[in-house]
Design a protein. Structure first.
Length: 148
């Protein structure tokens, strides 16, 4: 009934879908971390070599990297993007490890929660613009006849 999209569309569509998803996810970590006074040293969409980037007035390096399969926020006190704690940074002001446990838990949870909120907002937007889907026939319940 439906023809499969060409393979090149998957190759182009994957990073076009993953890029904004990763950016929103990491932005959740970044904003909650900033709210709690944890300094972010780097915000990256992608891994590997930096393609493009700039440093803002707070000292955060914003970058777009070569391999668009994820991203990270590197907070102060992390030895690397994998959040391996630096044992010498435990007592530094603004370090992730010096924040209270409940603050660290909220910073870590902020990424997935942000993704959930964005998904709900997208669905709410579709329902607000198109209306609720109406099923034409109970037996063919996978087919939407109209929007009410």
């Amino acid at each position: 009934m439906f023809e499969s999209p060409p393979f090149w569309m998957y190759i182009i569509g994957f990073p076009l879908l993953l890029g904004p998803l990763v950016t929103v996810h990491e932005l959740g970590h970044y904003l909650v971390g900033r709210w709690f006074g944890v300094h972010a040293e780097a915000f990256s969409v992608g891994f590997g070599s930096e393609i493009f980037g700039w440093t803002d007035k707070r000292g955060t390096r914003w970058k777009l990297s070569a391999l668009p399969l994820g991203g990270y926020v590197q907070f102060k006190g992390d030895m690397n993007p994998a959040s391996v704690p630096d044992p010498n940074a435990r007592s530094e002001e603004g370090a992730f490890q010096s924040a209270a446990l409940w603050k660290r838990a909220l910073i870590v949870a902020a990424g997935p929660v942000t993704n959930l909120v964005v998904a709900i907002a997208i669905y709410a937007g579709f329902f607000a613009v198109l209306g609720n889907p109406v099923v034409d026939d109970d037996e063919a319940s996978t087919k939407v006849a109209a929007f009410a």
